[in-house]
Design a protein around this ligand. Structure first.
Ligand code: SF4
Length: 350
């Protein structure tokens, strides 16, 4: 049977709205009952308060990310990310555009934090991350947002760009836990993380969702504000994340509750180093690591000033990326990306 463009779009819309059955192609270890969140375990061991204290102390000489500005955010100084010590939040709502195992039936409870420590010139969220648009909030208000998202049925708390406000997030999580928060925390990060910060998060975060944006330091420096150490730092960070939470685990309803999801955005002209990326995953991590090779690059913010990335990707560029993943033996690719690949392959064979 021929798969028409209309069939494909219809299928994609159903997938995007999360009205579908649990993703069938994922490895499905059954969730053992009763499941409790990582932060609940840590609080029961009476260790969470100490972690909050340890994290908050870092504001005095901010080393929360590899930029290591050393500014005193408690005194109002600002570093590279331009973030104050107080939280600035752009939005908190159910999100249906994330990976299917995060979205489920009711959405991923997504909280967008303003400002960013990486500041890529092609950022799709630039009004939030570059311009810092949002509203200042107390940690208690963040805790209330988490609880509201849980109460409306979201399957997780999805913390977008959390690195520079990690202490506030830990404090808010502890407050929200005392009022009944019990769903997984998703740490949705650029991947540009310090190992010592990840150690503070060990036993608090249930799901890590890092990007791996580039494999070459010159590209990282060029497109992410001089962060030439991004590839090496992020590789180490992802290995540590995998050590903490392991491969992605999904319950019998298709909802993720623990593990690592790595995102890699395919860029025009092989800028993202996709072949090196999948080779690295295959060599450094289990081949069944969940990897989302994403086709949705678009020209945003200042990308139009760089001719090599001033266009979307071609079908060929996406297909070669997926072929490399197969060549190096990755076995747990995001089902939406696989569907897009299959659609274009099928169309080419017509
Ligand atoms: S979180 Fe911000 S202030 Fe702190 S080290 Fe990173 S960029 Fe600098």
């Amino acid at each position: 049977m021929k798969l028409t463009r209309r069939d494909f779009i219809k299928g994609s819309l159903v997938a995007g709205s999360s009205l579908l059955l649990p993703p069938f192609s994922l490895a499905v270890p059954k969730k053992e009952e009763p499941w409790i969140s990582a932060y609940e375990k840590l609080e029961k061991e009476r260790k969470l308060a100490q972690r909050v204290k340890q994290a908050y102390a870092m504001f005095e000489n901010c080393q929360l990310c590899p930029r290591r500005c050393g500014v005193n955010r408690k005194k109002g100084e600002k570093g590279f990310c331009r973030a104050p010590m107080k939280l600035v939040i752009f939005s908190a709502s159910p999100h249906f555009g994330e990976e299917l195992s995060l979205v489920g039936q009711n959405g991923s409870g997504t909280i967008f934090f303003s400002n960013c420590n990486l500041r890529c010139i092609f950022c799709q969220n630039w009004p939030i991350s570059h311009e810092g648009r949002g509203k200042e909030c107390q940690d208690e208000e963040l805790a209330e947002m988490m609880l509201k998202l849980q109460n409306i049925g979201c399957h997780n708390i999805n913390l977008v760009t959390p690195t520079h406000v990690m202490p506030n997030i830990l404090n808010a999580t502890r407050i929200a836990y005392s009022k009944g928060l019990h769903i997984p925390l998703v740490y949705n990060t650029s991947g540009y993380e310090c190992l010592e910060i990840l150690k503070i998060l060990d036993g608090i975060v249930d799901i890590y969702m890092p990007d791996m944006k580039y494999m070459d330091s010159d590209k990282a420096a060029k497109y992410s504000a001089g962060a030439s150490d991004y590839p090496e730092v992020t590789k180490k960070a992802i290995i540590e994340m995998n050590r903490q939470v392991g491969e992605l685990q999904i319950d019998k309803k298709g909802i993720a509750f623990r593990g690592v999801i790595i995102r890699h955005l395919v860029m025009p002209n092989r800028v993202a180093g996709t072949e090196k990326f999948v080779k690295w995953v295959a060599e450094a991590l289990p081949k069944s690591t969940y990897v989302n090779i994403m086709p949705q690059y678009r020209v945003e913010y200042k990308a139009y000033e760089y001719p090599e990335i001033a266009r979307g990707i071609t079908v060929q560029e996406f297909l070669e990326a997926m072929d490399w993943a197969k060549k190096y033996g990755l076995t747990n690719l995001d089902p939406n990306s696989v569907a897009v690949r299959d659609f274009y392959r099928h169309r080419r064979s017509e």
